[in-house]
Design a binder for this molecule. Structure first.
Ligand code: SAH
Ligand code: SF4
Ligand code: F3S
Length: 447
C-alpha cells in the first residue's frame, strides 16, 4: 500500500449496542487527543471508522457494502478516505476483512482500540494494521480522560460474557466477563458530572455481573457501586443495562427501593416464555424463575417500568412454544421491549441445530409479538397520564419552543417552554401516544 497523508478529520459510524456507541465515543476522544477533528457535517472525512456490530445477520455484508460506497465516493472526489473497521465484526472476521477489502487500512477489535494512534501511524506509512487481541482491562487504562459533554452519558463498567447462550456471538467477540475497578469508575463518573452529565447509564453485556472492591476494601456488587455513585453531587439519575436474570442479587433489588437516584426502570431480557426453548438457548433459567424475580422488583418499586428482549423463531420453536412468549409478555405487561427474528450466527451452536424456522414463519411471529408488545407499551403510557415526574431535557423538538426529554420510566416526553438541554423539568404527563407523551410543565428545577 502506498503511504497516505495522516488524517486531519474523522467520522465514527457506530452500528451496535450502547457499549458499541460508548466505544465509538472513546475512539473519537482518542482521535481528538491527536488533533484529528470531527469532519464537518456534509463533508467527507479523511478517516472513517466503521464501528460494527455482529449480533444479527448481514452485519459483515453491510460492512463490505459500506466500504464499497466509501471507495466509490473517494474515487469520485479524487481522494479516498483511510478506512478503519472496528467493533465486533472486526473482532470476528478481521482476517477475512483484510483479505477481501484492500481499501481497509486498519482492523481493530473492541478490546484493542486504545492502540488506534499507533495503528494510524502505521497506516500513514502505508502499512496495514490489525489488532484483535483481548488484553482485558488494558484498554481503559490507556484511554485519555473522558471529555464528553451532555446531560446523559454512558459509562462502561463491565465487559464480556461467560453465559454462552447458544444463539449469541457476544462471548466470542467481547471475550470473558471482566469488571472495571471501582475507583476508576467513580473517577470517570465524577469527570462526566463535572462536564455536564446529570444522568449516567452504567453499561455492560452483563452489567449486573459487575463486582469489585469499594473504597473501604469491601467486596461489592453493582448495588455497592450504585450506592457510591449516588453520593456524587450533581449526579441526579442512575440507570444500568443490560442485566442477566441469573446475576441478579438481593442487594440490587433492594437498591431500587433505597436509592432515589436509581431510576425505576429495569431492562431484563428473557428471550422466550417457553422452558424447552430457554433450555435449548442455554439461558439457565425458567420462565417462572424470571417472573418471580420481576415480582421482587415490583415489591420494592411498584411503579418500575420493565423492559426485555425477545427472539422469535429459535430453531425448533413450535407455534405453541411461541405462544408461551406471547403469554409472558401479557403477564409482565412490559413498558418497552425489543424483539428480533432469530439469526443464525456462524460458530454458535444454534446455527447448526435441527429445525431452523422458515423466514415467513418468523416474520409472522415477529409481527404478532411486536403488536402485543406495542399494546402493552401504549397501555403503560396511558397509565402514566396524570403522574407528575421529572423530565431530563435531551434535545429540541421539531417546533419552536418544543423540547424532548425522558421521564424516569424512560418514556419520551414532549413539552413546551423556555428550557435548555440538561434541565430537569417538573412535568405532569398529559396525552399518551404509543411511543411518547405530552408533558405539562409545572416547574423548572435546575438551570
Ligand atoms: N447480554 C444481553 C444482550 C445481548 S445482545 C442479554 O443477554 O440480555 C442483545 C439482544 O440481541 C439479545 O438480548 C437477544 O435478544 C438478541 N440476539 C442476540 N443474538 C441473536 C441472534 N443470533 N438472533 C437474533 N437475536 C439475537
Ligand atoms: Fe449473548 Fe447470552 Fe451473553 Fe447476553 S447473556 S451477551 S445473549 S451469550
Ligand atoms: Fe453488537 Fe458487539 Fe454490541 S455484536 S450488540 S456491538 S457487543
Amino acid at each position: 500500500m502506498k503511504p497516505a497523508a495522516p488524517p486531519k478529520t474523522y467520522r465514527v459510524k457506530s452500528f451496535g449496542c450502547q457499549m458499541n456507541v460508548y466505544d465509538g465515543e472513546r475512539m473519537a476522544e482518542l482521535l481528538g487527543e491527536r488533533g484529528i477533528a470531527p469532519a464537518p457535517e456534509g463533508e467527507e472525512a479523511d478517516l472513517v471508522i466503521l464501528n460494527t456490530c455482529h449480533i444479527r445477520e448481514k452485519a459483515a455484508e453491510k460492512v463490505y457494502s459500506d466500504i464499497g460506497r466509501l471507495v466509490k465516493a473517494g474515487n469520485k472526489a479524487g481522494k479516498a478516505p483511510m478506512i478503519a473497521v472496528a467493533g465486533c465484526v472486526a473482532q470476528a472476521e478481521g482476517e477475512e476483512i483484510m483479505a477481501r477489502a484492500p481499501a481497509v487500512s486498519i482492523v481493530v477489535g473492541p478490546q484493542a482500540y486504545h492502540r488506534l494512534p499507533e495503528m494510524l501511524d502505521m497506516a500513514a506509512n502505508g502499512e496495514r494494521a490489525t489488532d484483535t487481541d483481548m488484553p482485558a482491562i488494558a484498554k481503559f487504562d490507556a484511554l485519555p480522560v473522558r471529555r464528553k459533554r451532555g446531560p446523559s452519558a454512558f459509562l462502561t463498567v463491565q465487559e464480556g460474557c461467560d453465559k454462552f447462550c447458544t444463539y449469541c456471538v457476544v462471548p466470542y467477540t467481547r471475550g470473558a466477563e471482566i469488571s472495571r475497578p471501582f475507583a476508576h469508575l467513580i473517577a470517570e463518573a465524577q469527570k462526566l458530572v463535572e462536564t455536564g452529565a446529570c444522568e449516567i447509564t452504567l453499561l455492560g453485556q452483563n452489567v449486573n455481573a459487575w463486582s469489585g472492591e469499594d473504597d473501604k476494601g469491601r467486596s461489592v456488587g453493582l448495588a455497592g457501586l450504585i450506592h457510591a455513585l449516588a453520593r456524587i453531587d450533581g449526579l441526579e439519575r442512575i440507570r444500568y443495562t443490560t442485566s442477566h436474570p441469573n446475576d441478579m442479587d438481593e442487594a440490587l433489588i433492594a437498591a431500587h427501593g433505597d436509592v432515589p437516584k436509581l431510576m425505576p426502570y429495569l431492562h431484563l431480557p428473557v428471550q422466550s416464555g417457553n422452558d424447552r426453548v430457554l433450555k435449548a438457548m442455554n439461558r439457565q433459567h425458567t420462565a417462572e424463575g424470571y417472573l418471580r424475580l420481576l415480582e421482587k422488583f415490583r415489591a420494592v418499586r411498584p411503579d418500575i417500568a420493565l423492559s426485555g428482549d425477545f427472539i422469535v423463531g429459535f430453531p425448533g420453536e413450535t407455534e405453541a412454544e411461541f405462544e408461551d412468549t406471547l403469554s409472558i409478555v401479557d403477564e409482565v405487561r412490559y413498558a418497552h421491549a425489543f424483539s428480533f427474528k432469530y439469526s443464525p450466527r456462524p460458530g454458535t451452536p444454534a446455527a447448526t441445530m435441527d429445525g431452523q424456522i422458515a423466514p415467513e414463519v418468523m416474520d409472522e411471529r415477529l409481527q404478532r409479538l411486536q403488536s402485543r408488545i406495542g399494546q402493552h407499551q401504549f397501555g403503560f403510557n396511558q397509565a402514566s397520564v396524570g403522574k407528575t415526574c421529572q423530565v431530563l431535557v435531551e434535545r429540541k423538538g421539531k417546533l419552536p419552543g418544543q423540547w424532548l426529554g425522558k421521564s424516569p420510566w424512560l418514556q419520551s416526553v414532549w413539552f413546551e417552554g423556555d428550557y435548555a438541554i440538561g434541565d430537569l423539568v417538573d412535568v405532569t404527563l398529559g396525552e399518551a401516544g404509543p411511543n411518547s407523551l405530552m408533558g405539562l410543565v409545572r416547574a423548572r428545577l435546575t438551570a
